[in-house]
Write a new protein. Structure first.
Length: 201
């Protein structure tokens, strides 16, 4: 038996060394299998890609005819999902993702004001992704009306390296997208302008 096995191994070695095309094909297939397994593990394992982000940039409506892209500067934690160009959510693997955005707005106008929030994919607005929220009017004195808009999106199919942006508009220059500072007596944490959670589902 040992002699037979040794002969078979010898035959394989001879064929391997004599056939460069076979070597290249075998190595190419092996690399493809490794790449596929790696992507499958990274994109579909128990620990799925995610990202959790926040930002405290103040953006005030300067022109009611403009759309404003939500900035994203800080990371709570992430795996795979990343931010580029200060406002693009980049997805590492294809699939279906849930994007939940919590955006805080202030309104210094005497009337209630509507705010529309929507998604862009690779620079193009996504049809029927808009949500309209109403910010309260200014209160007594200079106290602005406030609104926290929680916007859930389920997006797919997302292709690897697609990027998404969250966009908003208000039809009044009294509206701003901004955070609120930490409070005292009792101590209260700051309220960021933006909090975003991304999950592969």
């Amino acid at each position: 038996m040992k002699i037979y096995v040794d002969n078979q191994i010898s035959n394989v070695n001879v064929a391997w060394q004599a056939n460069a095309s076979f070597q290249n094909t075998w190595l190419t297939n092996l690399q493809a299998n490794v790449d596929s397994l790696s992507a499958n593990i990274s994109g579909n394992s128990t620990t799925k890609p995610y990202g959790s982000y926040w930002d405290n940039t103040t953006t005030t409506v300067a022109n009611i005819q403009l759309a404003y892209i939500v900035p994203i500067a800080n990371t709570f934690g992430n795996l795979g999902v990343s931010i580029s160009s200060t406002n693009r959510i980049v997805f590492p693997y294809s699939g279906i993702y849930k994007i939940t955005a919590s955006l805080q707005f202030l309104n210094t106008d005497n009337a209630q004001q509507d705010i529309t929030i929507w998604l862009r994919k690779n620079g193009t607005d996504i049809d029927n992704s808009g949500s309209v929220y109403t910010a309260a009017s200014k209160g007594v004195g200079s106290t602005p009306g406030k609104l926290i808009a929680v916007v859930p999106f389920v997006e797919g199919p997302v292709n690897a390296n697609d990027y998404y942006q969250i966009v908003w508009n208000a039809q009044n220059t009294g509206v701003s997208h901004q955070g609120i500072a930490a409070g005292t007596n009792p101590t209260r944490p700051a309220s960021p302008a933006t909090m975003i959670m991304v999950q592969k589902i």
